[in-house]
Ligand binder design. Structure first.
Ligand code: APR
Length: 230
């Protein structure tokens, strides 16, 4: 029976692919007001601004490549069952080779109806034009979980964390709940690795910090796992 690794990732795992994080200096929330571009209130107040915000990020994603962290996480699937629970809306874990990715906060390359986020469709990297209709006649919107909206995949993600043998937390400031609370579902006593160049939120769990960027941190962790589990 293969050991199970759950990876809880955030924007930092895609930083070396050239995608901005949210709360670092010059991060997205330094240049945009999150209420205007990433909240359900913002959608009803100013949908065109939000459509443009996500069109810009979708166009940027087309020219970004997965980095070694994404690839090493995917390679772990040779020896472990690996489930990636990501807060990221980019598709770099999939393009890096991961086969089981849960997107807690939605996906940039998908759109849906504003009526209950139904009629989800793949749109790749193309723009959404405000006023386009979804299959149910509702206005087409980005398939993103905005502040103020529920996180439908949370229970699925929690069930995976609860059955993990190893938890890897990488590139997240653990500022946003309920995603950040997932680590507390980890069974007592399993190793929890945290990879981040900065100290992240105090975690009420015994963790092993690897104070590195994602690519270097995953290289070091891969070496550690090979000695432990080879
Ligand atoms: N490698 C690893 N980690 C990095 C790197 C890097 N090269 N560069 C930055 N980091 C770390 C930062 O130190 C920080 O701890 O990545 C983390 C990024 O934190 P945030 O910008 O807060 O991103 P994230 O935790 O993913 O935000 C969660 O907030 O705005 C919402 O929905 C949005 O999904 C997002 C959620």
């Amino acid at each position: 029976m293969m050991k199970k690794i759950v990876v809880l990732s955030g924007a930092g795992v895609s930083a070396e692919s050239g995608i901005s994080t949210f709360r670092d200096s010059n991060g997205l929330w330094e240049n945009y007001n999150v209420e205007d571009v990433a909240s359900i209130d913002g959608w009803y107040r100013n949908p065109e601004l939000m459509i443009k915000f996500y069109n810009d990020r979708r166009r940027e994603l087309e020219h970004c490549q997965p980095n070694d962290a994404h690839k090493i996480i995917a390679e772990l699937e040779r020896q472990y069952e690996v489930v990636v629970v990501t807060q990221n809306v980019d598709n770099l874990h999939e393009r890096g080779g991961s086969s089981h990715v849960i997107h807690l906060h939605g996906e940039l390359t998908k759109a849906c109806s504003e009526r209950g986020k139904r009629c989800v469709e793949d749109i790749g990297y193309r723009d959404i034009k405000y006023g386009e209709k979804a299959a149910d006649g509702g206005i087409l919107r980005p398939f993103i979980v905005w502040f103020g909206e529920s996180v439908p995949l949370l229970e699925d993600a929690a069930a995976h964390v609860q059955t993990a043998d190893i938890l890897i937390i990488i590139g997240t400031s653990l500022n946003v709940y309920p995603a950040a609370g997932l680590l507390y579902y980890a069974p007592t006593g399993i190793p929890i690795y945290v990879i981040d160049p900065k100290e992240v939120q105090p975690i009420r769990r015994e963790v092993i910090f690897i104070k590195e960027k994602a690519t270097e941190g995953m290289r070091q962790l891969r070496a550690k796992l090979m000695t432990v589990d080879s």
